[in-house]
Design a protein. Structure first.
Length: 478
C-alpha cells in the first residue's frame, strides 16, 4: 500500500488541477452565453428603437406636409394612398378595420402607435370605397401617428405592412436575419475572447500552480528556490513562491540544527559514557572479589551524570544560539580561579587517559598565574575536553604541554601537525583522520561567546613539532 500512495496522491493532485480547469472553463462558457443573450437582447432593443425613431420621423415628415396643405385648404380628398403609406384626414375618415383595431384608444399627436390587425371575415360592401380595402385585405401590422392640422383636426399617417403587399424595388428589412447575424458575430468574437482568456489563465495561473505543486512534492530536492523562475513572477503566485522559499530555508535550517545537535551530542557524550562504563566494570569486579568499596566508582558515575546534564543543556543552547535573539537555557557564569581551572583540566585529562594507554607520552600541566575569571564552566568543559581529546588522539610519543591561566588555555601536542588549514574548522573535514566535529564545536562556542580560538602548527628550530591550540577569553571584572 505504501508504494501506491505516491501514485494515488499524484492522481488526486491531477484530478484537483483538472477540476479547477473544468470549473474555470464551465464558468467562462456560462458567462459567454449570458453575455450573448444580453447582447442579443440589447441589439434587438436598439434595432427596434432605431426602427421606431426612423418610422416616427418619416411619418411625421409626411404628416407635417399634409397638415400644412390642410391649413391652406388645398386638400381635396379625405384619404391619400401612397403604396405602403396612407394619409387619413380626420378621425372620422379612418377605415373601419383600423377603428376597430384601435378600439377606445385615442392617438395623441406625434405619438407612434403600433397596431396588430387580427384577420377577420371578408370585407363588407361599405368598405369598398376605401382604396386599401378594394385592393387587399387589412394589413397584418401598421405604424400610426397623428399630426395636428386645421382647427386641431388630426392628420393620421399610417405605414401599412402586409405580406400580400410588396414593393420589389425596395426590399423589406428582415429583422430576424439582422439580429441573427449580429448575434453570430458577437458569439464568434466572444468565443475567441474566451479561448484567449482560458489560454492566458492557464499560462499565468495553472502552469505556475503546477510548478508550485511539483516543488512541494519534491521538497527534499531543494535547498532553496533563489534561482527558480517563479520568484521573478510579480503576481500572487510569485508571492506564494517567495513564502514557500522562506519556508524551505527555515525547514532546512531546522534540520541542519537538529543534525548538528545529534552529531555534537554523540561526540561529546562519549567521554562521560565511557567513564560510567568503566566505573560499572570496576563495581562488577569488586563485587566478584567480595569487596564493598564502591565509593570512588559511584563518585565517578555521579560526576559523569552531572557532566552529561551540563553537556546536554549547553549543546541545546548552542544549537539555538545562532537562530534566536532571546536564548533560553544559556549556561551561567561561575567564578573560577586558575587552580580550579587546572583541576578541571586534570579531571578531563584523567577521564580521557584511556586514549593514550600504551603510548610513551608525557603530560605537562603548567599554571601560569594565580588569578580568577567569570566564565561559563559547562561551555569551557566542552572546549577543554575537545582540545585535550584532539591532542591525545594525534600524539603517540613525546610531550603534551598544557598551560592554564586566568586569561587563556593552550594545549601543545606532539602529533603530525596540520596539513590543510583551509578545511580545518569545517565540520566533517580533517586531515588528521578524524571527523572534525570537536574543532567545529569549539569554533561555534568561541564565536557565540566572543572568545578567540586559534590552532596552528608549532615550529621549533625551523621544524614542525605538532600543533598548538589556544583559547583566550575576555576578562570579566569581579
Amino acid at each position: 500500500m505504501t508504494s501506491n500512495s505516491p501514485t494515488k496522491n499524484k492522481a488526486q493532485s491531477s484530478h484537483t488541477r483538472q477540476g479547477l480547469r473544468f470549473f474555470i472553463q464551465e464558468k467562462l462558457i456560462i458567462l459567454t452565453f449570458a453575455v450573448i443573450l444580453c447582447t442579443s437582447g440589447l441589439i434587438y432593443y436598439i434595432y427596434n428603437q432605431g426602427l421606431d425613431i426612423s418610422a416616427r420621423m418619416s411619418l411625421t415628415k409626411i404628416g407635417y406636409h399634409y397638415a400644412q396643405l390642410d391649413k391652406a385648404d388645398t386638400l381635396t380628398q379625405t384619404h391619400y394612398d401612397m403604396g405602403e403609406f396612407s394619409v387619413y384626414i380626420g378621425e372620422q375618415n379612418l377605415p373601419s378595420w383600423l377603428t376597430k383595431a384601435l378600439g377606445s384608444k385615442q392617438v395623441a399627436n406625434y405619438e407612434l402607435v403600433k397596431v396588430f390587425i387580427k384577420r377577420g371575415k371578408k370585407k363588407t360592401e361599405t368598405d369598398t370605397t376605401q382604396t386599401m380595402e378594394q385592393s387587399s385585405t387589412p394589413p397584418n401590422f401598421l405604424l400610426l401617428t397623428a399630426i395636428p392640422g386645421k382647427n386641431e383636426r388630426q392628420i393620421f399617417v399610417a405605414y401599412l405592412f402586409s405580406r400580400a403587399f410588396k414593393i420589389k424595388e425596395v426590399p423589406t428589412p428582415n429583422i430576424f436575419a439582422t439580429v441573427t447575424l449580429a448575434t453570430l458575430t458577437v458569439l464568434i468574437l466572444l468565443l475567441v475572447l474566451v479561448l484567449w482568456i482560458a489560454y492566458r489563465f492557464h499560462q499565468k495561473v495553472l502552469t505556475p500552480m503546477e510548478s508550485l505543486a511539483q516543488i512541494a512534492s519534491d521538497l527534499d530536492c531543494y535547498q532553496s528556490l533563489d534561482d527558480h523562475p517563479l520568484l521573478k513572477n510579480q503576481s500572487e503566485i510569485g508571492h506564494i513562491a517567495k513564502v514557500l522559499n522562506q519556508s524551505i530555508k527555515r525547514i532546512k535550517q531546522t534540520q541542519e540544527r537538529e543534525k548538528t545537535f545529534l552529531q555534537n551530542a554523540s561526540h561529546e557524550l562519549r567521554t562521560p559514557i565511557a567513564v560510567i562504563s568503566s566505573a560499572l566494570d570496576l563495581i562488577d569486579r569488586r563485587q566478584e572479589t567480595g569487596s564493598n568499596d564502591f565509593k570512588d566508582p559511584l563518585i565517578h558515575i555521579r560526576q559523569s551524570s552531572n557532566n552529561m546534564k551540563g553537556l546536554t543543556e549547553s549543546l541545546l543552547w548552542l544549537s539555538q544560539a545562532d537562530k534566536e535573539e532571546n536564548n533560553q537555557g544559556e549556561p551561567k557564569k561561575q567564578k573560577l580561579s586558575t587552580h580550579e581551572l587546572a583541576t578541571l583540566v586534570s579531571e578531563v585529562k584523567h577521564q580521557l587517559s584511556y586514549l593514550i594507554e600504551g603510548r610513551e607520552l608525557k603530560i605537562q600541566l603548567n599554571i601560569i598565574d594565580d588569578g580568577s575569571v567569570y566564565i561559563e564552566k559547562n561551555l569551557l568543559l566542552i572546549v577543554i575536553s575537545n582540545l585535550i581529546r584532539n591532542a591525545f588522539e594525534h600524539s603517540f610519543e613525546g610531550c603534551i604541554i598544557i598551560n592554564v591561566s586566568s586569561k587563556f588555555i593552550s594545549i601543545q601536542d606532539s602529533g603530525c601537525g596540520i596539513k590543510d588549514t583551509e578545511h580545518l574548522m569545517q565540520r566533517g573535514k580533517s586531515n588528521r583522520e578524524s571527523f572534525g566535529l570537536g574543532l567545529d564545536i569549539v569554533t561555534q562556542i568561541a564565536q557565540q561567546k566572543g572568545w578567540h580560538f586559534t590552532l596552528k602548527n608549532t615550529v621549533e628550530n625551523n621544524l614542525e613539532t605538532g600543533c598548538t591550540a589556544t583559547l583566550k577569553w575576555h576578562e570579566h571584572p569581579q
